[in-house]
Design a protein around this ligand. Sequence first.
Ligand code: ZN
Length: 287
Amino acid sequence: MRFVNADGRAALLVGDQVFDVEKASSGRLPADPMEAVRNYWDDLRTLAAEGALAGGVPLGDVTLGPPVPVPGAVYAIGVNYQSHADEVSHDVTRVPPVFTKFPSAVVGPTADVILPPGDHNTDWEAELCFVVARGGRRIPAADALDHLAGFMCSQDVSERLLQFSAGNQFSLGKSYDTFCPTGPAIVTLDELVAGGHDPADLGIQCRKSGEIVQDARTSEMIVDVPHLVELLSRVLTLRPGDICLTGTPAGVGWGRTPKQRLEPGDVVETTIEGLGTLTNHVLPPDA
Ligand code: ZN
C-alpha cells in the first residue's frame, strides 16, 4: 500500500491513480491524513486489500503534502552511516546520537525549502524515514517491523552554524520551517517486497541541482531500523504517527572540502529505491 496526502486529504496511490480514503470508504475512514495514520492504519490496509477502489483521479491532478503532516515526534539519528561519520570526523558510538526535528519543520515532497536569513551554512542529508503505526514501549527488535506503517523518503535539511553553536543546537539548527521534506508516500514493507525490493537494503541518493552528492544503500546503516525502534522504545513510548529519520550517508555539504551549502535556485532531489523522490526547490529567506 502507498498512502499519500493529496491536496490535504488522506488517499491511497495505486499506480498513477489517487483514491480519496473518505470517499472510497463511504465515509467510514477520515479525510484528515494525520487522523488516518494515527488511528485507522489497519482499516486503511483492509480498504486497500479489498481492491476495486472507485473514483480515482490522476496523480498529476493533485498536490502531494506530507503523508504525516503533524507527527507527534520527529526523531532523528546522527552518524548512523560509517561513511558519514568519517567525513565529519565523528566517533561511532554503540548508541548513536538521537535528537529531534521539531514537527513544525515538516513539509511535503515538492515543498520549497526556505533558507534562513543572515549568515548560514545550510546543506542536505538524504534519509530513510520510518513511520510508527502501532505504538509501544520496550519493543524488541524482533517485533519492531510489526509496529511500523512503512517507510518514506526524508530530507534532514541542516543549518550547520546554528547546529554547532552554543553546545550543539542540533534540534534548532535542523528545525527551521520547511527543513523536513517528507514523502511522497508511506510505502508499506509488503509493498516494497512485492516490488522486488529488500526493505533493509534500499538505494538512497541525493542530487543537488542535478549533481549526485550522496549515493549509498540503507544496508550500510550502523544501527538498522529494528534496532533503532528497540533503542528508542527502551526509553520512551513510541506513538502512532511518530516518525524517525534514520541517519544520512556520506556526501553532505558540510563534510566537503571546501564546505558546500545550498543557494537560492538549487533543487534538492532525494530518491530512495521503491519509495520515490522528493523534489525541493531552494528559495531565499522570506521577509
Ligand atoms: Zn540527519
